[in-house]
Design a protein around this ligand. Structure first.
Ligand code: PEP
Ligand code: MG
Length: 848
């Protein structure tokens, strides 16, 4: 009899994802395959590796790289529908599911240490700074969540197959429950994403099958976890993709937890209790190990082999823990208990710091505190330009936990609460009560400041699997945002109720995404009115005057604003979507990203039209797209006359400071020039010359006068002056500025004799021409022509690209004055910053 041939359907595709089939796209594919009964298998035709398409791990392990040809084979009862669904997904959606790695700081090997640190000769170990900051503490060496090499069989117990299988089942359930409980505590979004990845690994079908197979061969649950774990870790490590190799640590961590669940804490090597300021050093670390260390004593992380996209690094950044990776043999070279300084901004660990090194960093930390102080002054007050134009700066958030930290960073309000994050990556929809709690907590935290809650914006690129939305050929042009509301009335009804109930606790504004017509607005208003009636009849409190607004992200609404203004209270421009629809550029297609430049002259004209129309009808308009967070665009956004911008919370203090330095009038002049630009490159160039729109700050500034400086030598004095400019917001790069000063100093010493020195530099590391003045407590050697030590230093710092001769004018005038004894004595005699500034302004003819 001929063997029965089971039917299978198959197709091939070429992977176009730049990072290959890594965790995120693989998890989407596995999610989809798991929805059906049929078996689906993926074969990488380059290396012949076969993967169960229902398992994220198996897909990742097939090592699919960009350009690899793959075959998908489907067999089973519902094979036809699976074939069509997977094929459509792989051809249409998969290419847009790549993950842009977060932007990382890659200082370290790239740039030398500043001269003031170089000259104190420290014992340095270099790495790559991946989370900025400086910290000092004692080394705590930590083992990894490495699996034991083998797991000895328990000879005292007879082997009981069902019992061992049950242990695995229970351990998986317990680990998943533990992670789910952590997720319920509303962690910040980065932490949540990492926990979700661990949840997926713990529930992975391939991992489970492998473990069950090993037990079926007669080995214990412990042996099965170790062997299966090692099998997948090896597979991940063999990948060509760095991103996938870095997932091995996540696998290790989950397997360690399974072991711990069955055999107790001996398999949890991270359970150390930190005491006192600690620098944790490890070969690598799992994210949950990092979380277990707590925040009180952990000052910095030094890792040998964590990659830039590893979860522990992503987490350290989001928790603000300085971190250095790629420090060769760190856990061998550094000894437990030794004192080190970690400078993750410059990418270096300094061992057994000498008093001079400690002094350098004490001064750096003091400077950073002053800078933070200076910024916090701006954070807590409204952003107003030097000529009086105000701009509200709100924050974009996705959870109530983020709301609290946004206000700490100085948000004037919440300009965009993306509620869809409450709906994605979960098995069921959030209840009215759950939503109400998230919204009302946020409104309470806002203490009277406005909170713009955006109604759910799913579909398109933000799938919510349990809503059963179909895959689409053009998801961005498809069934998303407000367009799904009519079919999901109950869901919207629940969300309206939750938002309205939260409005009883403070000013809530409700905003609707993806509006393209007046009809949609009228539909929303009618439904909202129904819900209001319902709440009234139930005597449930809400704000009947709650404002209603829409996102402007579909170009059609830009031309019916007169009509929309009659129906709505406010608008917010969503440039992420507006740009892709207006410029006809899919924001996830790398082939055309280049064309999606918000500096396209046509796009800027569109923005101007929108703001003018809304203001003409007396309504409020903000902007919550990503371009608002980019400081380079700030002059344009101010010139457009927006009432508000809503941005990434961490950018708020810096943006507020910059607003205060800009002149609204100069920004408007810049906009006029931008509007007649013929090309994007021209707009770009105009924006790069952003200092021209600053209200040119005076050369002399009280913040740049240092009295009784403790600087003990020339290097320290130069550094202190560079730092003063940094604190005053006149340079973002004090190291670069210091180098520029030393470059001049290398040609000739700037000591001019009689106890005076005039160091100077011309560099674009400086944002505005500045004159720094320092009176030293004790004179320092400066190679002056008369051999006298220097007591008074006057620093001249100018911009390289400022094409004027001011630098030479001020410098020569100052040099002439310094030759005059009367001037020197007059200056030396003054005992306070105000008098010094007044004296120099008068003598050098400077108007301020
Ligand atoms: C936008 O489109 O600019 C926007 C803020 O919305 P999202 O990025 O959530 O689509
Ligand atoms: Mg949008």
């Amino acid at each position: 009899m001929a063997p029965e041939v089971s039917r299978s359907l198959e197709f091939t595709f070429t992977c176009t994802l730049p990072s290959g089939l890594h965790a995120r796209p693989a998890s989407h594919l596995a999610d989809l395959a798991n929805k059906f009964a049929s078996d689906s298998a993926l074969t990488n035709l380059r290396n012949g590796l076969l993967a169960n398409a229902k398992s994220v791990l198996a897909i990742i392990s097939a090592d699919v790289r960009q350009g690899d040809e793959c075959r998908v084979r489907v067999s089973g009862a519902d094979d036809e529908v699976v074939y069509t669904t997977l094929r459509q997904f792989i051809e249409k959606d998969l290419p847009s599911l790549d993950e842009t790695p977060a932007e990382f700081l890659t200082n370290g090997h790239g740039r030398a240490l500043p001269r003031s640190l170089r000259q104190v000769e420290a014992r340095c170990h270099f790495g790559v700074g991946v989370s900025r900051g400086i910290a000092q503490g004692k080394v705590v060496l930590l083992g990894n969540s490495v699996l034991p090499d083998s797991f000895a069989p328990d000879v005292n117990q007879p082997f009981d197959l069902p019992h061992e299988q049950e242990k695995i089942e229970k351990a998986i359930a317990a680990v998943r429950a533990r992670i789910e409980a952590l997720l319920l505590r509303q962690p910040v979004s980065t932490e949540a994403a990492i926990l979700k990845a661990h949840l997926a690994i713990a529930g992975d079908i391939s991992l489970k099958n492998k473990m069950t197979g090993i037990i079926a061969d007669g080995r214990s649950a412990g042996q099965a976890i170790v062997e299966a774990g090692k099998f997948f870790i090896e597979m991940l490590r063999r990948s060509e993709s760095l991103y996938i190799r870095e997932r091995a640590i996540d696998m290790q961590e989950v397997c360690s937890q399974l072991l711990e669940e069955i055999y107790g804490a001996q398999f949890q090597p991270s359970s150390v209790l930190l005491q006192g300021p600690s620098i944790v050093v490890a070969e690598t670390l799992g994210p949950q190990q990092l979380l277990a260390l707590g925040r009180t004593c952990l000052k910095a992380l030094v890792l040998e082999s964590a990659g830039l996209t590893s979860h522990v690094v992503i987490l350290a950044r989001s928790l603000g823990i300085p971190a250095l990776v790629g420090v060769k043999d760190a856990s061998l070279v550094l000894t437990s208990g030794e004192e080190v300084i970690v400078d993750a901004t410059r990418g270096v660990v300094l061992r057994q710091p000498t008093p001079q090194v400690e002094r350098f960093y004490e001064r750096e930390l003091a400077m950073q505190l002053r800078r933070r102080d200076a910024l916090s002054r701006y954070a807590l007050r409204p952003a107003v330009t030097s000529d009086g134009q105000a701009l509200e700066i709100g924050a974009n958030v996705s959870s109530s936990a983020e709301v609290v930290s946004a206000f700490e960073k100085g948000a004037d309000g919440i300009g965009l609460f993306r509620t869809e994050m409450l709906f994605v990556e979960r098995a069921s929809l959030p209840s009215e009560q759950e939503q109400f709690e998230a919204y009302s907590q946020s409104v309470r935290a806002a203490s009277g400041r406005p909170v713009i809650i955006r109604t759910i914006d799913i579909g398109g690129d933000k799938p919510v699997p349990h809503l059963g939305l179909a895959q689409e050929a053009n998801p961005f042009l498809g069934y998303r945002g407000v367009r799904i509301y009519a079919e999901h009335e109950e869901l919207i009804h629940t969300q309206f109720r939750a938002i309205l109930r939260a409005s009883a606790f403070g000013p809530v504004r409700m905003m609707v995404p993806m509006i393209s017509s007046l009809e949609e607005v009228l539909w929303i208003k009618a439904h909202l009115a129904q819900v209001q009636e319902e709440l009234k009849s139930q005597s449930i409190a809400f704000d009947s005057a709650m404002q209603i607004g829409i996102m402007i992200e579909v170009p059609s609404v830009a031309f019916i604003l007169d009509q929309l203004c009659q129906e709505l209270d406010f608008f917010s421009i969503g440039t992420n979507d507006l740009a892709q629809y207006f410029l006809a550029v899919d924001r996830d297609n790398p082939k055309v990203t280049r064309l999606s430049d918000v500096r396209h002259p046509g796009f800027i004209r569109l923005l101007k039209h929108i703001v003018e129309q809304v203001h003409k009808h007396g309504k409020w308009i903000g902007m919550c797209g990503e371009i608002a967070s980019d400081i380079r665009h700030l002059p344009l956004l101010l010139a457009l006359g927006l009432d508000e911008i809503s941005v990434t919370a961490s950018e708020i203090p810096t943006l507020k400071e910059r607003v205060s330095r800009l002149s609204g009038k100069n920004c408007k002049e810049l906009l006029l020039r931008v509007l007649i630009c013929r090309e994007t490159a021209g707009v770009e160039k105009l924006l790069e010359r952003e200092p021209t729109v600053q209200s040119t700050p005076p050369l002399l500034d009280r913040e740049l006068v240092i009295f009784d400086s403790e600087s003990a030598n020339k290097e320290e004095a130069v550094r202190e002056l560079a730092n003063a400019l940094y604190v005053a917001g006149r340079t973002a790069d004090p190291d670069g500025m210091e180098e520029a000063i030393w470059a001049r100093e290398a040609v000739y010493s700037t000591g001019v004799g009689h106890g005076f020195a005039v160091p100077h530099c011309k560099t674009d590391a400086v944002m505005a021409g500045s004159l720094g003045i320092m009176k030293l407590k004790k004179p320092v050697a400066w190679d002056s022509p008369d051999g006298e030590p220097v007591q008074m230093v006057i620093l001249l710092a100018f911009r390289e690209s400022e094409a004027n001769t001011r630098h030479m004018q001020v410098f020569s005038q100052l040099a002439r004055k310094l030759m005059n004894e009367e001037f020197r004595e007059g200056l030396s005699r003054l005992a306070d910053a105000g008098s010094v500034l007044a004296y120099l302004a008068e003598q050098l003819n400077l108007s301020g």
